[in-house]
Design a protein around this ligand. Structure first.
Ligand code: SF4
Length: 351
């Protein structure tokens, strides 16, 4: 069985040619796949019946994610889904919406996709990390997560504006499938989202960062740092061992030099752990002059034993970074009441 959402448009073209059909038939599959979201080949009426039958006989299918649970935040801005993938494995995918500032009034709609079931990185503050690693998600299953939300949004006259690879799993640990999904989703004959509207988030897998820099893509890179020194980082990210914070910062410079895209450092603020003024100063001196951006994320109040810092200490942390010339913002975590931090919904429901 091959899911048609796995194929790049060039591969789709080759498939129809190999089956003895003219090249343009590929677009008659691609257009509905990415604009009408059919659930079955029989719904693609533009194709001759014999061609649809041949595709089915040859084992081609249209995969889709099946919604098994939905939670919407009180303000309606965050929708978290538990989706069953082809093999019935449940995965989390989240839609986060921000009011629009543009003229047509549509909200900015960011889909946060998962790339693995569970995660081997074991970050101590992360629900997914506590599950351990189960399996990698295939490219077509990453695409299916986006298509599922695109369909929901289309019915409201809205569309997907941004994608972040920040859900369950470490994208760089499932590199080939993650990149295949990015190429399908950004292809102008595929889903067609702008490369600049995609962010890949990593805990700092350096080999992945360097490989991504060579892909000739304009995707954004976010690195979850969480600590300015190796001793503290190893406590929070137990698998961080091989890569020091200095090496990770150096890899971010290489990424910037190669792609021209500024790297964002994500920093989850945890009370009494990594939020002191001394640590802020240490982080400032690590990143000073690096041209990067720091996203401070006061941790989700439901993240196990970790406590969200007070508003005053968050602002003080931000002030120290900013006054050292480090570009910095505080991210307002949305949907905390529905366990919107990665892996929490699945953990709450399935364990
Ligand atoms: S924070 Fe990201 S890298 Fe760390 S355990 Fe969770 S999913 Fe994995």
């Amino acid at each position: 069985m091959t899911d048609l959402y796995r194929l790049l448009p060039e591969e789709m073209e080759q498939l129809v040619i190999d089956m003895g059909y003219p090249r343009y038939r590929a677009d008659q599959i691609l257009l509905p796949l990415y604009y009408k979201f059919p659930k079955d080949l029989s719904e693609i009426k533009q194709l001759p019946k014999d061609m649809r039958e041949k595709l089915i006989d040859a084992g081609y299918t249209i995969g889709s994610a099946k919604e098994i649970h939905r939670v919407v935040s009180d303000d309606g801005d965050t929708t978290k889904l538990l989706l069953n993938l082809t093999d019935e494995t449940p995965v989390e995918t989240v839609l986060i919406q921000y009011p629009s500032s543009n003229i047509n009034g549509h909200p900015r709609s960011t889909i946060c996709v998962s790339t693995q079931i569970g995660c081997a990185m074991g970050c101590v503050f992360c629900a997914t990390g506590q599950m351990g690693f189960e399996k990698n998600i295939k490219a077509e299953e990453i695409v299916a997560q986006v298509i599922h939300f695109a369909d929901i949004l289309q019915q409201r006259g809205e569309h997907v504006t941004n994608l972040v690879f920040m859900g369950m799993g470490e994208p760089m640990a499932n590199y080939d499938e993650m990149i295949r999904a990015v190429r399908i989703l950004t292809h102008d004959r595929g889903f067609g989202i702008g490369q600049r509207n995609i962010t890949i988030s990593t805990i700092g897998v350096m080999s992945g960062i360097d490989k991504l820099a060579e892909e000739n893509l304009q995707v954004g890179l976010a690195i979850s740092l969480h600590a300015p020194n190796n001793e503290l980082r190893k406590k929070l990210v137990p698998t961080a061992g091989p890569n020091s914070v200095e090496e990770i910062v150096e890899a971010s410079r290489r990424y910037y030099k190669k792609t021209g895209r500024r790297v964002t450092f994500e920093y989850a603020l945890m009370k009494g752990i990594n939020d002191s003024p001394e640590i802020a100063a240490e982080l400032a001196s690590l990143l000073q002059g690096n041209g990067t951006h720091v996203n401070l994320i006061p941790i989700n109040p439901t993240a196990g034993d970790f406590i969200r810092p007070t508003q005053d200490s968050v602002l003080e942390f931000e002030r120290i970074l900013s006054s050292a010339g480090v570009n910095c913002t505080v991210r307002v975590e949305k949907g905390t009441e529905i366990s919107a931090a990665c892996g929490q919904l699945r953990t709450d429901l399935i364990g």
